[in-house]
Design a protein around this ligand. Sequence first.
Ligand code: HEM
Ligand code: HEM
Length: 185
Amino acid sequence: MNTLTQSPVDKYSLTLRVLHWSTALIIMTLLAVGFYMADIDPKAPEKYDLYPLHKAFGMIALFLVVLRLPARAKGPVPAPAAGLQQWEHHLSHLVHILLYVSMIGMTFSGYFMNSTYAYVEGVDMFGLFSIPDITPKSEYWNGIAHNVHSFFAWSFIVLLTAHIAGVVKHRMFDGKDKDVLPRMA
Ligand code: HEM
Ligand code: HEM
């Protein structure tokens, strides 16, 4: 089922709700950790302490996003909240689409960046197993993937600010028929 075939449910499916909150927790933590670790002086001894954890959780985020796309396409997805104006619905829908684009862009650019590093082999998953590289080593493509990763980091900041502000505004300042939080709770 997709958004064009509206179903009579008033909530996202349990699968989508679990995927939403687990992905949100990981991504928001990775944004903070990513900016923090990238900002450490390359000569500092602790520079690369957080990189392995960042990459392993980043690959978990990638896995969750890959699960989420078919789950979202299958639905069910609730109809727009009754009290929303047409433009509010369109704007939130656009932000949701761009959040999906950013989730895909962020996770895959991280994986590509890691694969193209000359001195790194695969992504170590907490010492349990390693996820293999998917690209040849290339300084040129590493630079591109790095820029894409940074671009999506900032796009996330902008989109998440709008996303969270929208949810909070509808919950705290608008009528009950505009409150969208219960749809995801
Ligand atoms: C949704 C998942 C992810 C988020 C939100 C995220 C977030 C970030 C952020 C905010 C930065 C700092 C960017 C900057 O300062 O320009 C960063 C850097 C980095 N990320 Fe990610 N990341 C994710 C996934 C991944 C994955 C899957 C990998 C690799 C497997 C990865 C590898 C790296 C590396 C190596 C850096 C440091 C680059 C440098 O040294 O400047 N990230 N990440
Ligand atoms: C990295 C963090 C987040 C991402 C990537 C994200 C992404 C999304 C996406 C794509 C949707 C559309 C539903 C879907 O297709 O699954 C959505 C809906 C929703 N999100 Fe988030 N979200 C994040 C964080 C948050 C936070 C912190 C809150 C709480 C303030 C929140 C509250 C909601 C609510 C209430 C909905 C339902 C909106 C509606 O039905 O109109 N999200 N989110």
